[in-house]
Design a protein around this ligand. Structure first.
Ligand SMILES: [Zn+2]
Length: 221
């Protein structure tokens, strides 16, 4: 990202991580890694980067995609449709996915090598059958809150740093919503991997620049 117009690159320094900074680790679950139902290319490669990153933060939150069987975002619920096709949901266009992250399954579990011990909160999303939730803040109707905004505000956090899977979906929507909710936001590129459907990774970078979402280098971690 360095050198791209409008992108702010911040290098992490000792004093960058304060009581007001929270690392939100998005959906580092088996189904989003190699061999999983909705594998993000290279998804598991983020784990060591995130573990090192998390060790530098005083506060860490995890998100977990957590669907009931038969969730409306699953292509299997839409006869005649294949994964990655888009259908019209009451709340707008919805990309259809393979069945993934079903509550209580090993696919929905966090990667075993992800250090989850320091997480102060695990926020689950996508548990309503009829609505998907990419963002950790709002479901895909952009109106139903997960409660994360209130939690972060009450804890006094002012900056949200994001890492995880997938860069162009759950990380993207979480970052955009965090910005709209008034937090300073940064995304650690090296700690994310993209699905990249129809240019979605490039779209994400463009939106981040427009919204003033910073790219944070993990190099110093
Ligand atoms: Zn999902």
């Amino acid at each position: 990202m360095s050198g791209e117009t409008g992108t702010t690159e911040i290098t992490m320094t000792e004093n960058a991580m304060t009581e007001k900074d929270v690392l939100v680790i998005v959906d580092v679950q088996n189904d989003f890694c190699s061999g999983g139902a909705l594998a993000v290319p290279g998804g598991e490669e983020v784990v060591p980067v995130i573990n090192r990153l998390a060790a530098r933060f005083r506060h860490v939150v995890l998100t977990q995609d957590w669907h009931p069987a038969g969730h409306r975002s699953f292509a299997s619920e839409h006869p005649g449709h294949e994964p990655l096709e888009t259908v019209e949901a009451p709340y707008g266009p919805q990309i259809l996915w393979p069945d993934h992250c079903i509550q209580g399954t090993s696919g929905a579990a966090f990667r075993e090598d992800l250090d989850t011990n320091r997480a102060e909160l695990i926020i689950r999303k996508g548990f309503r059958r009829d609505i998907d939730s990419y963002s950790a803040f709002f479901e895909n109707d952009h109106a139903t809150p997960t409660g994360l905004t209130g939690y972060l505000r009450e804890r006094g956090f002012t900056r949200v740093v994001l890492a995880g899977l997938a860069f162009d979906f759950c990380v993207r929507y979480s970052a955009e919503d965090a910005r709209r909710q008034g937090f300073a936001v940064a995304v650690v590129d090296e700690a994310c991997r993209a699905i990249d459907v129809a240019g979605s990774a490039a779209d994400t970078r463009r939106r981040f620049t427009e919204l003033g979402i910073a790219s944070l280098a993990a190099a110093a971690a």
